[in-house]
Design a protein around this ligand. Structure first.
Ligand SMILES: Cc1cc2nc3c(=O)[nH]c(=O)nc-3n(C[C@H](O)[C@H](O)[C@H](O)COP(=O)(O)OP(=O)(O)OC[C@H]3O[C@@H](n4cnc5c(N)ncnc54)[C@H](O)[C@@H]3O)c2cc1C
Length: 338
């Protein structure tokens, strides 16, 4: 397929908030050599570059005056098979949920708890997506990237990716020059359900299949999260904050019903949703931006909101949580200004 280049291109269908903004240029490639060709053209355009996936974790705060790159690399290869696992290499442009479904269909397990997360394979390795007791980094063996600065291809082993809660080395400003081409996942050919997350722990592990988990996860997600096609949103707008044990103890004595979860040594994870709810934000709105009434972690576009309106609401939420609990909420969503 040839490189696709569009000027003054509408991004509304490329971001789940449904922001009606334009990119000066939109370039879609479907192979590594096309990406190289795109980058060589872009070096003459002298404008900023932004690589997007499906735009499910982005908030465009206006038109993008630069070049938006998008991968349509959709290869799917089994690189290795052994007694109980396979190594699958997936192109960055594959829709994440189609990939999960295909893996289950092939008898490759380990991703079923991540069913229904909107986005693409490339971003899964950038964002370290997670849900229902599983983080994708547990299954990533290596990530193949193109270095925009050197033009060289490079392979990152999972332990070089600095994976953490919704975090990776690829999110750091000094690593933004890496474009993910493909991700290699180590998947099990023996199904072992992960039922640690509360709603799934009610499932009977006997005779359970990966499709049972997938269906349960999809139905839980549908009951809790707004469908971006109906109500623009980017999933959880805020990350759950991680605080020192001493801070968690003092909050627990003031708010005995505050949910707290163990994190790494000396730290405790708090529920951002609980704190936002306690500040009275659930279902409230500012202009056309709102806090979703069924899940206060999610900010929604009530219709025609601008990115700046959503950001103003986010800052108001952050300020009030800080004032009440002394805890700073960090946004999970990437705000794009240009
Ligand atoms: C309704 C809803 C529910 C959600 N639920 C969850 C959930 O349960 N768990 C969870 O973890 N997330 C969740 N999210 C957030 C979102 O789905 C994930 O962050 C997802 O990985 C975003 O994928 P994307 O392809 O849309 O990436 P984008 O939003 O387009 O991009 C995300 C980041 O990745 C970078 N990027 C994208 N592609 C590449 C590439 N090929 N190379 C280098 N960088 C790249 C972008 O520059 C950006 O920094 C949810 C979102 C929505 C809308």
């Amino acid at each position: 397929m040839a490189l696709r280049i569009e000027n003054n291109y509408p991004l509304k269908a490329h971001n789940s908030f449904g922001m009606d903004v334009l990119a000066d240029r939109f370039v879609e490639y479907s192979a590594e050599d096309e990406l190289r060709e795109a980058l060589s053209l872009a070096s003459g355009w002298n404008a900023p570059l932004l690589h997007i996936g499906a735009g499910c974790n982005l908030l465009f705060c206006g038109d993008y005056h630069g070049t938006v790159l998008h991968s349509a690399i959709k290869s799917f290869d089994v690189l290795e098979r052994n007694d109980d696992s396979v190594l699958v290499r997936a192109g960055s442009g594959i829709d994440w949920d189609e990939f999960v479904q295909k893996c289950i269909g092939e008898g490759f397990f380990g991703l079923e708890n991540l069913s229904g997360i909107p986005g693409e394979v490339g971003s899964s390795a950038v964002q370290n997506i997670g849900a229902y007791g599983v983080e994708v980094c547990e299954r990533i063996e290596r990530v193949e990237v193109l270095d925009v600065e050197s033009g060289q291809k490079r392979v990152f082993a999972a332990d070089e990716c600095a994976y953490g809660y919704r975090d990776s080395i690829f999110k750091r400003p000094d690593h933004k020059h890496y474009i993910v081409l493909a991700v290699c996942y180590r998947l099990s050919t023996v199904f072992e359900p992960v039922l640690t997350y509360a709603p799934l722990s009610l499932m009977n592990p006997e005779s359970l299949t990966a499709n049972d988990i997938r269906n349960e996860v999809l139905s839980l997600r549908n009951s809790k999260l707004p469908d971006p096609a109906v109500l623009g949103n980017a999933g959880s707008f805020f990350m759950n904050p991680v605080v020192a044990v001493s801070k968690a103890r003092s909050l627990a004595s003031e708010y005995p019903d505050m949910p707290q979860y163990p994190a790494t040594d000396g730290f405790v994870k708090l529920s951002a949703a609980w704190m936002i709810d306690r500040c009275g934000w659930k279902g409230r709105s500012m202009g056309q931006a709102g806090v979703y009434e069924r899940q206060p972690l999610v900010l929604v576009n009530l219709g025609g909101a601008s990115g700046e309106e959503v950001l103003a609401l986010a800052h108001a939420v952050i300020d009030s949580v800080y004032e009440k609990f002394g805890v700073y909420l960090r946004p999970e969503v990437n705000a794009i200004h240009s």
